[in-house]
Design a protein around this ligand. Structure first.
Ligand SMILES: NC(=O)c1ccc[n+]([C@@H]2O[C@H](COP(=O)([O-])OP(=O)(O)OC[C@H]3O[C@@H](n4cnc5c(N)ncnc54)[C@H](O)[C@@H]3O)[C@@H](O)[C@H]2O)c1
Length: 367
């Protein structure tokens, strides 16, 4: 088992434990954290069917007696206020109207992680929680860093809070049941880390794609550990996203989120981010801050992975409508993270709307 430490000021730092076939041992790693004896598990019916048994057994064998499981249906549309409200009601009951100390375990992809994290952030103004990621995207990105939230009135992640978990427990063997589309989607965030932070990692991804899809243990572990280390380093420097450092993680997300929302989530998150990355690169090339060859290199890696680089079923007005609702914009000024080289980024503000719409239109698929 590998351990990466998320170093955050005060007592809020935590371990990210990474290994294979470790789910049944989770209890023994939670016990020393002294989070109490009552675990409130949030997962989905699909994931629950596959992995609830080893999780519950792992808790029971470490002496946890009081365990309640709560299922949230699959899909981004359940990262919602009504799921939040329902979970809050169940937590209130489980905790005896807040009198008993409880902790939360979120086992799932980014939807469960974000929703359950937000429940944890707000129940009694902050309840301890543990992330057990189960998708590649959640392993490498959403499981860590403490950004929690729900979508509201069609706007992604508009209601949320920062709340760090007490432990991230990453059993990579859970990926064996994840379908190929979800694996590819998660890969978009892995590519993002290479582009924003590390030419060596980018090259490693270029050379090892096939091994990821054949679930080569060593390669998957290296991808996870490297991604965690990059994200941990960025979060450590700018936990609350106020210094312009954590913002780098939004590379590809400005247009990506708009495309994702306009598609009514027909695009998986990573697919939309792939589209957002190529659009951001197109703008950067137009502005003369990114070489055409570098942009082509990133695009060909995305294509090799099987991620989309052309937008289907498009409607520019709807995309732009969502684009302008981005919560990262300040005083109506748009804000982009641009790659200027592999491993280097720059934040650019207030790009002309005409340039943005032209770039998005040029990425529309003709079929
Ligand atoms: N908080 C953050 O820092 C952060 C970062 C990136 C993305 N996100 C959020 O993450 C969400 C997307 O997450 P996602 O891509 O993980 O999707 P998801 O949570 O919707 O999961 C995708 C599907 O895979 C299934 N699944 C999950 N694990 C499985 C497994 N091991 N085997 C078989 N099936 C499995 C689920 O049941 C679900 O149907 C978005 O809402 C996005 O905004 C958050």
């Amino acid at each position: 088992m590998k351990k990466i430490r998320m170093k955050i000021e005060g007592e809020r730092g935590y371990d990210i434990l990474v290994g294979h076939n470790i789910l049944h041992k989770i209890g023994q790693h939670i016990k020393p954290l002294h989070l109490g004896n009552s675990a409130f598990i949030i997962t989905s019916p699909t994931i629950g069917k596959l992995y609830l048994k080893p999780l519950v057994q792992g808790l029971k064998s470490a002496g946890f007696k009081n365990i309640q499981t709560n299922l949230v249906p699959d899909g981004e549309k359940f990262k919602s206020f009504s799921s939040y409200q329902r979970l809050m009601g169940q937590m209130l009951k489980f905790s005896g109207n807040g009198e008993k100390k409880i902790f939360i375990i979120n086992m799932g992809g980014g939807v469960i992680g974000d929703l359950g994290g937000f429940v944890a952030a707000t129940f009694k103004r902050g309840t301890d929680y543990i992330q057990v990621p189960t998708t590649l995207l959640a392993f490498v990105d959403c499981g860590i860093g403490g950004k929690t939230g729900i979508d509201f009135n069609g706007v992604k992640n508009i209601v949320g809070a920062f709340h760090q978990p007490k432990l991230v427990y990453a059993d990579l063997s859970l990926l064996k049941t994840l379908n190929k589309r979800e694996m590819k989607s998660g890969f978009a965030e892995v590519v993002k880390y290479g582009v924003i932070h590390s030419p060596t990692f980018f090259e490693f991804i270029e050379n090892n794609i096939d091994k990821v899809f054949s679930l080569d243990k060593k390669v998957i572990e290296q991808i996870a550990v490297q991604s965690y280390s990059i994200k941990a380093d960025i979060v450590r420097k700018d936990e609350f996203d106020t210094k312009g450092i954590r913002m780098q993680l939004n590379y590809g997300h400005t247009i990506g989120h708009a495309v994702e929302s306009a598609s009514r989530y027909a695009y998986r998150h990573g697919e939309a981010i792939s589209l957002g990355m190529v659009c951001a690169n197109d703008i950067a090339v137009k502005l003369g801050i990114l070489e055409k060859d570098t942009s082509a290199r990133i695009e060909s890696l995305l294509i090799k992975i099987g991620l989309p680089v052309r937008i289907k079923n498009h409607n520019i007005d709807e995309i732009m409508n969502f684009f302008w609702r981005d919560k990262k914009f300040v005083n109506g000024k748009n804000r982009f993270v641009m790659a200027t080289k592999i491993g280097k980024t720059k934040i650019i503000e207030d790009i002309q709307a005409r340039i943005i719409t032209d770039v998005i239109r040029n990425r529309f698929s003709s079929i």
